[in-house]
Ligand binder design. Structure first.
Ligand code: ADP
Length: 410
């Protein structure tokens, strides 16, 4: 193989050759020149250092076509003489695949071979990399802004939907109250005696009206909670009164459904501060649900007792001595509504407390009762959960602290 540079320029031709080879050595790519036989006429420094040759048998002459390009010389020349400007082949350069671009110089009948990294081996230079990172960041910024705009639009649509729901419910409230009043008046008999059939029809209509009233009140509560307009009235109240107030209505509904209702109210339930109508609504939601999902002949138990509730986020870690000592004083009220109904599969135990979630879409309801209950309980600094198994009934429980403490999360 020829050496690339001649160190001692003696004749003008030799000087020129030396100059040329120095220039070609300065190229940052391997360059080779060969004749038609495959003999290398020139290889710049890069080519000498990086182009990989196959091992040559003892005494044999190295041949570029056979040992580097691995190509049939005749075929290659055929392509180039046939008019192809350049033929690309793959070779090994510096231990990595490289692309050899081969051109033909017809006058001296030589081939010039430039080698360059194969396209997928091109190292991304820093500028290119910086540009790519910049483009990606810009793309991410645009996506983020689009997402934010879409989110704000959705939020606005959602707000409008809530406002609409609230005003529709509000509009329905008065006519429904009037209808309910007339049903009561008719059923009282003060406008004249009723036949058995008339009474049954009126009773049925009144129950439907009651359901509508409850639905409208659910929507009103939901919209008030959604728009942050709900203000709780914390006052000293007796939770027993709160439950007993509803007992007559529940007893009638349970009698009609042939489901037994048990009320177990702890004797020592203290008076504490809570929003009376809101907690009444929470208990009613749970009792109504239990009745709805318990077949005739079943049983629902509403139990209220005091309980010691040790919050995990309590800033004071209880000492071992305190745990081992006498039982801690109750600090909260535990309300549980247990039924012998259809039960709920474990995967829905969290989900049913979300807005508009119903396990059985064929059952009546809007999937809002538990969502509202959960928010109201949380607004009282309490918590709600369910224990249930399909076919084995459900037990919905909530805890209300008797004294609302303010915890520091810092
Ligand atoms: P809805 O007004 O539709 O009853 P809720 O939020 O009160 O909505 O309840 C959500 C879903 O949870 C119900 O659709 C029902 O599938 C399930 N669920 C609630 N309570 C019970 C229960 N006691 N037994 C079985 N399923 C229940």
């Amino acid at each position: 193989m020829s050496k690339s540079a001649s160190a001692e320029p003696q004749a003008p031709g030799a000087t020129l050759f030396g100059l040329m080879s120095s220039l070609l050595d300065a190229l940052d790519k391997p360059l080779l020149v060969t004749d038609r036989s495959g003999r290398v006429l020139f290889a710049n420094l890069h080519a000498q250092n990086s182009v990989q040759w196959d091992a040559v048998a003892d005494g044999a002459q190295p041949n570029l076509f056979r040992d580097v390009l691995h190509v049939d010389a005749k075929g290659l020349f055929g392509q180039l003489e046939g008019g192809e400007q350049e033929v690309d082949l793959q070779i090994q350069c510096g231990g990595a695949p490289a692309r050899a671009r081969i051109r033909w110089l017809p006058e001296p009948d030589w081939l010039v071979i430039f080698a360059e990294p194969a396209p997928n081996e091109v190292p991304a230079d820093q500028d290119q990399m910086r540009q790519t990172v910049h483009d990606l960041l810009q793309e991410r910024e645009i996506t983020y802004r689009n997402l934010l705009a879409a989110y704000l639009r959705l939020q606005e649509v959602n707000r409008q939907k809530t406002v609409f729901l609230g005003s529709a419910a509000h509009e329905l409230k008065t006519p429904l109250a009037v209808m309910k009043g007339y049903y009561d008046l008719l059923l009282s008999g003060s406008l004249g005696n009723l036949t058995e059939k008339q009474r049954d029809i009126l009773q049925e209509s009144k129950h439907s009206c009651d359901r509508l009233v409850r639905l409208v009140s659910t929507f009103l509560n939901y919209t008030a909670l959604e728009s942050g307009k709900l203000v709780l009235q914390f006052q000293d109240n007796d939770i027993r009164d709160c439950v007993n107030d509803m007992a007559v209505r529940w007893k009638e509904a349970f009698r009609r459904a042939n489901v037994h209702l048990d009320l177990i109210l702890d004797e020592k339930l203290p008076v504490f501060k809570f929003d009376y109508p809101k907690i009444q609504q929470c208990v009613t939601n749970l009792v109504d649900n239990a009745l709805k999902h318990t077949p005739a002949g079943g049983k629902v138990t509403l139990q209220i007792q005091t309980q010691f509730w040790e919050r995990r986020i309590s800033p004071i870690t209880p000492t071992k001595e305190r745990r081992a000592g006498k039982r801690p004083q109750p600090n909260s009220i535990l309300v549980s509504v247990t039924d012998t109904g259809v039960g709920i599969a474990a995967e829905f135990h969290q989900e049913i407390f979300e807005d508009f979630v119903r396990v059985d879409p064929s059952s009546s309801g809007m999937g809002l009762g538990l969502a509202i209950t959960k928010r109201l309980i949380q607004a009282h600094h309490g918590k709600i959960w369910v224990d249930s198994e399909p076919g084995r009934g459900s037990s919905f429980k909530f805890l209300l602290p008797m004294k609302v403490e303010v915890y520091s999360y810092a």
